[in-house]
Ligand binder design. Sequence first.
Ligand code: FPP
Length: 246
Amino acid sequence: MDFTKQLNTDKLPKHIAIIMDGNGRWAKKQGLLRMAGHQEGTTAVRETVEACAKIGIKNLTLYAFSTENWNRPKIEVRTLMKLLVSSLKKEIKTLMNNNIKLNAIGCLKNLPEKAQKELQEVISKTSENNHMTLTLALSYGSREELINCFQEINKAIQDKEITVEQIDENTIQKHLYTKNLPDVDLLIRTSGEQRISNFLLWQIAYAELYFTQTLWPDFRKEDLVEAIVNYQNRERRFGKTSEQLS
Ligand code: FPP
């Protein structure tokens, strides 16, 4: 059966963001090392990316490595970076086959040189693709992004490009790492945790939040469809009343 059949194609979220959580717990449950969970997590990444492209989601953002994740044991950080490089090398084919543009947000200069180089290469090779934008949040923290945003705006004021009075929501949006992306419509977090963990704080102002018990390595297209169906059954009021909407 076509797995997209249950979806209303007129009401698709324009931007889905996912906090991929539970790799460590998945591995522990299988009696494996944490890294096996991250490795298995890459299968869930591929399936989710392909399913989003098939459904017609225009923007997918994945929280792959946070600023706080640098505090994990060195060996885990090193192996995660290696996994990033090998996945980029391997998945360029998936991105090209599905006409997907790769984008990255975060403090990318903190990534190992090899990862930066591979990332730039895939970003450049996929830059003309236009069916969907896949954004990887790497060395990403929303507070760091906002500090960077305020510093850029301050510089623009000092350079007399804008005045303080001219600062509005659009000004902030233009100086975020996500400047080319729409606001998040649906935020999914796996593994049963119900928190935001410094992810896209500005961009989720009106997002619908969806939490599932499924651990990230077990997340499949059926879980994605369930999340989108749940989203489509909600009434998004943006501060208005139900009556105003109808
Ligand atoms: C959270 O699970 C997951 C991460 C910190 C890393 C996410 C990485 C992947 C899914 C694989 C690589 C991704 C790409 C894009 C190549 P956790 O380790 O915090 O799990 P736990 O809470 O159960 O310990």
